[in-house]
Design a protein around this ligand. Structure first.
Ligand code: SF4
Ligand code: SF4
Length: 385
């Protein structure tokens, strides 16, 4: 269904694509399946809103997905989930991700046309989360932080909601800083770096009081400071905007696509045959005052972050959330030092790792930090090169 959605979140990064898409995209099940087999890996149904696909087609895809890959997954806003969907999730081992920003008014930015319809959709999403938890299949959550849910005055209500989610069984929450597609959006919803930091550090403290719910972002930054990057998400892995290694998209007619976050001004760029890491080589050498990352001691971990969040919507620049991530890496650095560990940002091997990363990128190789650390352990004299 392309980027078609049943609601209209005001900050949605897919709006520019919708603006230029004048009709519903058709889909062809056989072509999609063929293209998925060509990609050779399990798939996630993703939209727009993936559950706008009729139940019988969902069942066909998931029964096929289970047979081919042993598991399925879907990312949804949750408002269209019914008992029938939940039965299919269980039957076909569908891992469900729900994007929702908070309870009641705190989810209003996920706008559904009128306040009444918006609140109704929020109630439906909440019902679906609770129902899935009750049936033993808690969803993973994605929460986008913005002025509607993460300014200081809203955090107490968010805490209550998150503690409730923890109690009913939700154990994984991804926090997204809002990706801004227009200046109007920035003025209305975007948090300042200070507000984003305040919210993130607040949730980091809250996590310590929770039974099982974990925000992936804090764990990932800690892992990166330990030079463990096999499990971390795509934003820390030098993502090439024209091949987006973490997202091998298959559209309705089987055509390949990239992660939608890199589509700016409504343009879906064709997937390139080979990755290029020119963004990362450029960021390494470009002074920070000119939009690069030169001299940043967190570069081997952060790498300028997701190209979809780059300054001015231009992937050649570093992320516009640099100030926030820098502070989060500093906090993880302080925590590691307090535990008597040497974080990567303070490690004598850091310049060597950076050098090897840049050498790899210039040859089309994107080395994992963990592999470079292993290489270093075998040849300790190389660190002085
Ligand atoms: S563009 Fe950003 S979100 Fe998309 S795959 Fe790349 S790093 Fe991940
Ligand atoms: S923290 Fe900022 S300067 Fe440092 S690597 Fe990340 S984006 Fe670049």
């Amino acid at each position: 269904m392309g980027v078609k959605c049943n609601i209209a979140c005001q900050y949605c990064y897919q709006h520019p694509q919708r603006d230029v898409e004048d009709k519903r995209k058709p889909y062809d099940m056989e072509r999609m399946k063929k293209a998925i087999l060509k990609e050779g890996q399990k798939f996630t149904l993703f939209g727009g809103e993936a559950l706008m696909v009729p139940l019988e087609d969902l069942e066909e895809l998931w029964s096929w997905g289970l047979e081919e890959f042993g598991v399925n997954s879907v990312q949804t806003n949750g408002s269209l989930i019914t008992e029938e969907h939940i039965d299919l999730f269980i039957k076909y081992k569908v891992q469900v991700g729900v994007s929702m920003d908070g309870p009641d008014a705190l989810n209003d930015v996920r706008w559904a046309g009128s306040l009444e319809r918006t609140r109704e959709h929020t109630q439906k999403s909440q019902w679906a989360i609770e129902r899935m938890c009750a049936k033993g299949i808690p969803p993973a959550m994605i929460i986008t932080l913005h002025k509607g849910n993460a300014t200081a005055d809203k955090l107490t209500e968010m805490d209550r909601w998150l503690m409730d989610l923890d109690t009913i069984g939700v154990n994984s929450v991804r926090l997204h800083l809002m990706e801004v597609e227009s200046e109007t959006l920035r003025e209305t919803y975007h948090l300042s770096p200070e507000e984003n930091l305040h919210a993130l550090t607040h949730f980091h403290r809250l996590e310590k009081q929770m039974k099982q719910l974990r925000f992936d972002i804090f764990g990932e930054i800690k892992q990166l400071q330990n030079a463990e990057d096999h499990q971390v998400s795509c934003v820390w892995k030098a993502c090439d905007p024209y091949t987006t290694a973490a997202v091998s998209g298959v559209e309705g007619e089987g055509q390949r696509s990239n992660c939608g976050r890199t589509n700016k001004e409504g343009i879906e760029f064709v997937k390139a045959p080979l990755p290029s890491y020119s963004r990362y080589i450029a960021l390494y050498h470009t002074p920070q005052e000119a939009g690069g990352c030169k001299g940043c001691r967190f570069f081997s971990m952060c790498k300028g972050h997701c190209p979809g969040t780059s300054l001015e919507g231009d992937w050649r620049f570093r992320t516009e959330h640099c100030q926030v991530w820098k502070k989060m890496f500093e906090l993880a650095e302080e925590e590691a030092l307090a535990e008597g560990k040497t974080p990567l940002s303070q490690h004598p091997a850091r310049p060597y790792l950076e050098k090897r990363l840049v050498e790899g990128w210039s040859r089309g190789q994107n080395y994992a930090l963990q592999s470079l650390i292993r290489e270093l352990a075998q040849k300790p004299q190389m660190a002085t090169v």
